[in-house]
Design a protein around this ligand. Structure first.
Ligand SMILES: [Zn+2]
Length: 292
């Protein structure tokens, strides 16, 4: 049986963000109608998966947080934790339209940006568990300050949060714009931006296009380094669909070896908004039961 609870992060950090995790788990466990196998968690940030420690999650301001031990002590259930982008790739590999393709990349574009990389049928974690941290590669010289401390990271120009922040600025500066009519600038979120986008707001379409051009550069880098032929876009920005794919597909051949770019398929991931939850389930099933 499936039971879903969601709570907005709303810029909560550190202890307050951890309290949200407890609240989610309390509600889910309360709703359970059968004995629980365990807890599977996808979290942003660098993970020490062997020890269940979040080494660093800049957007939640978590540093060396022993999340697995905290949850196992509190809930007395086996707990498995991995990076959300890595789990998105595990989900597509396990349950997706391209399941069991030996090589694939999922580029997750939400509040942050990161990639999950499956090579030869295995998730590639990297030496410090940071494989795919492409959101913090700088793409704008002297750009905006990023939560990681650097300036001009990909996340600052191409994440859902970056698109929302630019939309808020436009609504503020142009009270007559379609965006400003939909919501107060401070109330604008991804849903409002999507609504304006679907209504044909050209300013918003421009924001999505520009984000896509930057994401295209990231994909070109993935093509050049990995030569993986299936690159799937997930996360809240994937809701922009073809409008986001178009500039990515335009950029890749002009920014990487054209013959390799021509053999690369960039698509929207098949599993929708629950992709990380599905990945966490796959992690739990494979770790506890050896299934999937
Ligand atoms: Zn950064």
């Amino acid at each position: 049986m499936q039971h879903l609870v969601s709570l907005p992060v709303n810029e909560r950090h550190q202890e307050a963000a951890l309290a949200l995790v407890y609240e989610l788990l309390d509600r889910l466990i309360q709703a359970a109608t059968a004995p629980l196998l365990g807890i599977g968690i996808g979290t942003p940030g660098l993970m020490d998966s062997a020890n269940g420690i979040v080494r660093n999650a800049v957007n939640l301001e978590w540093e060396n947080l022993p999340l697995r031990d905290l949850l196992e002590q509190k809930y007395n259930l086996p707990t498995f934790i991995a990076n959300d982008c890595h789990l998105a790739a595990l989900a597509e590999y396990t349950f997706g339209e391209h399941k069991h393709l030996s090589n694939l990349v999922v580029l997750k574009v939400g509040r942050g940006i990161g990639a999950g990389i499956v090579l030869q049928g295995r998730l590639h974690y990297g030496d410090g568990a940071g494989a795919g941290e492409i959101g913090h590669v700088v793409v704008v010289k002297d750009g905006a300050r990023c939560s990681c401390g650097n300036y001009g990271c990909l996340e600052t120009v191409a994440s859902s949060r970056a698109i929302v922040q630019q939309a808020q600025r436009i609504a503020q500066e142009k009270p007559d714009s379609a965006l400003a009519h939909l919501a107060e600038p401070g109330e604008i979120n991804t849903d409002v931006v999507l609504q304006a986008f679907e209504a044909g707001d050209e300013t918003v379409q421009g924001l999505v296009h520009e984000a896509g051009l930057y994401l295209g550069l990231a994909v070109a880098n993935l093509v050049g380094v990995l030569n993986v032929r299936h690159i799937l876009i997930a996360g809240s920005a994937a809701r922009f669909g073809e409008a986001l794919l178009r500039p990515i597909r335009e950029t890749v051949p002009s920014s990487s070896l054209p013959i390799l770019a021509g053999e690369t398929n960039v698509e929207i991931a098949s599993l929708g908004q629950d992709i990380v939850i599905l990945g966490a389930s796959a992690l739990l099933l494979s770790s506890e039961l050896g299934l999937v």
